[in-house]
Design a protein around this ligand. Structure first.
Ligand code: ADQ
Length: 464
């Protein structure tokens, strides 16, 4: 059996995985199965960085982490990955802060990763690279003579050609993706966008293969899942049940709408607050009977777009409270802290509605966690943006256009008055999708296809 090597910007330890769950748990299980290696940034910056990674044994696998020079890290992470790639992939070219030095740092960090990783590789390793921070990594590894199979999974949406064109380096980015053997996307739509971009730039597409510059790569859709059964069990565990009771006691019989997101402009939080305001305006009987709890830990707050967004959100929430609050009712409550997963599980279960309205989202695991945490006999309702990848799987949710606050408000009212039989039916349909297409399946499908994929490159084109 090949050893699995996972590469991502940040690595997860077993301890962190227990609290952050999701992706880290899914990957750690796969790493343990093959005595694998997880390689990434240590989270520590130093004046000049380190060439050799720190290697430590974890529980059943190995962690290798690299310190980065502070300037390079800023340019790579805040400057290019989150200042250019993230806004483009989330349809916000207006927020791009382009500087040539950031792109140079992005390349340089990928080169450092490759140089530090290559000596640790074994001939039959299977290498799985994660996300937009590391698009050039296969190219850099190939330049060092690495011939093992390398797969790439993009966790965020892939933009259409006209948007990608706004990045001055779009051709290089596409070219680098051809150095992988398999590139994976969250949805078929994202895969098709990638193929359109390749065709738009003079390449060939046929079924699941794309070719350009004498190289070819396989492209597929692998919707990421959660461990739905385990998350459900967390919501009914003694700790989850305690948080559930605490929340229900605090609600005094009112229905709760819950939102849980990193504080990010792509998550649609500002329009969400306006949609809650529209609920109270359009459906006055809901006033004093419904509360909206938004949990939004700060992220990337060193970037101006995030700071500006936070202020706009705080002022919108304060405005709604100013308009509607009573001395014994606060319509909008807003927390900036991350919470332990057992608390989240209990809070989801105590809520009547999960409100998940990103303007664009690769998948959105919160939507899946909300469904998994519900009581199947008396479940809450998911109101979900049609622009989240999760909408392709969870079509039994109330699907909404997150730009239309009136439509979202009406969906909230529908959810509040939905009969139990319909809630149960919708929940059962969504839960069966989550159990069938869980994190283990996502991982197994991707790795199966990576094992079977072999790209052709550099003039060794397959006969057509
Ligand atoms: P994110 O943009 O981070 O992920 P999401 O998929 O919703 O978005 O995952 C967020 C995770 O963080 C969830 O597991 C959630 O429980 C957790 N979380 C959020 N707020 C929290 C809080 N206050 N306390 C504790 N935990 C919290 C990116 C892409 C997504 C894609 C994922 C996985 O943007 O589209 O679904 O990767 O591929």
């Amino acid at each position: 059996m090949s050893r699995l090597v996972v590469v991502s910007n940040r690595v997860g330890s077993t301890r962190e995985a227990a609290s952050t769950g999701g992706l880290a748990v899914a990957l750690i299980e796969a790493l343990r199965d093959s005595g694998g290696l997880w390689f990434g940034f240590s989270g520590k910056t130093a004046r000049s960085g380190t060439r050799k990674p720190e290697v430590v044994a974890e529980d059943g696998f190995t962690l290798a982490t690299l310190n980065l020079p502070v300037d390079e890290f800023q340019g790579y992470y805040s400057g290019y990955a989150n200042g250019c790639l993230w806004p483009i992939c989330h349809f916000r070219p207006d927020l791009i802060q382009f500087e040539r030095t950031h792109f140079d740092a992005y390349r340089q960090v990928n080169r450092r990763f490759a140089q530090a990783l290559a000596p640790l590789l074994r001939p039959d390793d299977l290498i799985w690279v994660h996300d937009y921070h590391l698009i050039p990594l296969a190219h850099e590894l190939r330049a060092l003579g690495v011939r093992q199979r390398i797969g790439f999974f993009l966790h965020i949406p892939f933009p259409p050609p006209d948007l990608l064109d706004a990045l001055p380096e779009h051709e290089a980015l596409l070219h680098w993706m051809l150095d992988y053997d398999l590139v994976g996307f969250q949805t078929q739509h994202d895969r098709l966008q990638f193929q359109h971009c390749i065709a738009h730039n003079g390449g060939w597409i046929s079924d699941h293969t794309v070719e350009a510059h004498g190289q070819s790569v396989q492209a597929g859709a692998y919707p990421i899942g959660i461990d739905a059964r385990q998350f459900h069990a967390l919501s009914t565990s003694p700790a989850g049940a305690r948080e559930f009771r605490r929340m229900r006691d605090a609600l005094h019989g009112r229905a709760q709408i819950i939102g849980v997101d990193r504080l990010d402009y792509s998550k649609g939080l500002l329009r969400r607050v306006h949609a809650v305001e529209a609920l109270f305006d359009r459906h006055p009987h809901t006033r004093s009977r419904v509360e909206f709890l938004q949990i939004a830990p700060l992220s990337r707050h060193q970037l101006k777009a995030y700071d500006d967004f936070r202020h706009a959100l705080e002022s919108a929430a304060a405005q709604v409270n100013g308009r509607f609050a009573q001395f014994d009712w606060t319509p909008v409550r807003y927390l900036n802290r991350p919470l332990p997963r057992r608390t989240l599980a209990g809070l989801y279960r105590a809520s009547r509605i999960g409100l998940v309205t990103p303007l664009r989202d690769g998948m959105n695991l919160v939507a899946k966690e909300f469904v998994a945490a519900q009581d199947p006999e008396d479940p809450g309702v998911l109101v979900l943006s049609r622009f989240a990848g999760a909408a392709t799987q969870l079509d039994a949710a109330l699907l909404v256009n997150p730009y239309d606050c009136g439509e979202v408000a009406d969906a909230l009212e529908t959810a509040l008055s939905m009969p139990r039989a319909q809630r149960r039916d919708r929940h059962a349909r969504m839960m069966s999708v989550l159990v069938e297409q869980d994190a283990a399946k996502w991982r197994a499908d991707f790795l199966r296809d990576l094992r079977g994929a072999r790209a052709t490159r550099s003039g060794k084109r397959r006969a057509r």
